[in-house]
Design a protein around this ligand. Structure first.
Ligand SMILES: [Fe+2]
Length: 470
């Protein structure tokens, strides 16, 4: 029996607990027929989400009491909007399923949907997984076609399972979930048959199906990457992931509304010991830089002011921004010469116009992705440490970083690098274990979960055992 029919019949005829038990039996041994997860938002408020192809949202059972979930977004095929691709390589985004949601009260000690337990937030999580840049790149403009069908070339499912086995109490995704933008070319066996475009089928293949084990392991913080700006996966981001209300005009459905849909306010998630995670939406910044008069310039100055106000609420903060302000990347010129790339110029210019230090003083470290590698940077100047965890599935950046940065090379004006560590061309995830109020053990795991490097974050300073994982 299809789950849609099952849910309808169950809701009409069976007591909710029996219905849930039957649903659990019906799904044994099968791929999940629906996606479920818990996402943390403003003030750490937890929201349960269920994505399901059914006529109505299922009930959620919280502490033995069933209650209705609300429809966040109905099934819909959204009218084609502008994308980065030519019209022939675009199509309307179809979401043939419901996005359902319900707030989870902080007092809840148990919650489930259709017999599947939901992970509940810990007031003071001690074990955190950090992943980023997890989708399989299919992009015509850059002629990039990752072998999505090959678990070695696209290992997000293995990484999600290994990260789940590490038993986190919280998962942070630093952004860039959706990468299957264009069709796999005929004759390319590596990606043959992959869905593409910005609708549910591509979102499911890129994120919900391979990430299922980790989605069930712990609540998540879901930061937004540039792959989720309005031109790209923004419709899916707002409909499926963002923890805040889905608002008409902020949903990326009409290009005319993109000045709203491409930006959102930062929010704070308390994690105990007077510490907050501060989540930034940097989806629409640009490495080319922003200057007065550019629409994004004022938006990101506004973002900085709100970030500064949030940071003053607690003595300790960890910032989460997809684009690193304080990290390095590497590229090659046409002649093969190595070029070291600094942090995101758009954010540096907007934030730097208000604070030459770029970030509020109460931020201890920044967690980012965007660069497809793992990296740590610690500073002799008063800048927070920077960690980059953009190595969790998307094709890696393979241009090697030097073991030591040459003298004078810095990711940002005024920042003086003291410690630098990287892992280029290795897939995996990062973990953080709390050792004290402002001390964390930060470890770098490969896709089997093996520890490849260990670091300590102490205040704003960090240091790793290996300068380079090889
Ligand atoms: Fe990115």
């Amino acid at each position: 029996m299809p789950l849609t029919t099952f849910v309808t019949i169950c809701r009409r005829w069976a007591p909710p607990l029996l219905c849930a038990a039957l649903a659990a039996c019906a799904t044994v041994g099968q791929a999940p027929a629906f996606s479920s997860f818990v996402v943390l938002g403003e003030h750490g408020a937890a929201v349960a989400r269920v994505l399901i192809d059914a006529p109505a949202c299922p009930d959620i059972v919280i502490d033995q009491r069933p209650q209705a979930m609300a429809v966040r977004a109905p099934a819909a095929t959204l009218a084609l909007r502008s994308t980065p691709s030519a019209a022939a390589d675009s199509k309307p985004a179809a979401f043939p399923l419901l996005t359902c949601e319900a707030p989870l009260p902080a007092s809840a000690s148990q919650a489930s949907v259709l017999g599947r337990a939901l992970p509940l937030p810990a007031a003071a999580p001690q074990r955190i997984v950090v992943i980023g840049d997890t989708g399989c790149r299919l992009q015509k403009n850059s002629h990039s076609y990752q072998a999505c069908n090959d678990g070695a070339a696209y290992p997000f499912a293995a990484i999600a399972a290994a990260a789940a086995a590490w038993r986190p109490e919280l998962v942070i995704h630093v952004g860039d979930y959706h990468y299957r933008e264009n069709a796999c070319p005929d004759g390319n066996a590596g990606c043959a048959g992959s869905p593409w475009g910005y609708g549910w089928d591509a979102w499911n293949a890129d994120f919900f199906a391979p990430g299922a084990a980790l989605l069930q392991a712990a609540p998540w913080i879901m930061a937004r990457g540039n792959h989720e700006n309005c031109l790209r996966g923004g419709q899916g981001y707002w409909r499926l992931l963002d923890p805040r209300p889905l608002l008409a005009g902020r949903d990326c459905n009409l290009a005319a509304d993109d000045a709203d849909g491409n930006y959102s306010d930062p929010y704070a998630v308390p994690i105990g010991q007077d510490t907050q995670l501060l989540v930034l939406d940097t989806a629409n910044t640009t490495w080319k830089g922003l200057k007065p008069g550019d629409p994004g310039y004022d938006k990101y100055r506004d973002l900085y002011r709100k970030l500064d106000a949030l940071a003053q609420q607690a003595p300790r903060n960890l910032g989460i921004a997809h684009h690193p302000l304080l990290g390095m990347g590497a590229d090659r010129k046409a002649d093969g010469a190595l070029v070291l790339l600094p942090g995101d110029a758009g954010l540096q210019q907007a934030f730097g116009s208000l604070n030459a230090q770029l970030l509020p003083a109460a931020i201890q470290a920044m967690l980012s992705g965007h660069v497809h590698l793992w990296e740590q940077v610690s500073f002799a100047s008063d800048h927070p440490s920077q960690f980059i965890s953009g190595f969790s599935g998307t094709a890696e950046d393979t241009v090697p970083l030097p073991e030591r940065l040459p003298d004078g090379v810095t990711p940002a004006p005024g920042a003086r690098v003291e410690q630098f560590s990287s892992w280029v061309d290795g897939f995996g995830f990062m973990s953080m274990e709390r050792l004290g109020a402002d001390q964390w053990l930060v470890q770098v795991h490969d896709q089997q979960g093996r520890v490849r490097n260990s670091c300590r974050l102490d205040g704003k300073r960090s240091r790793c055992e290996l300068a380079q994982v090889k």
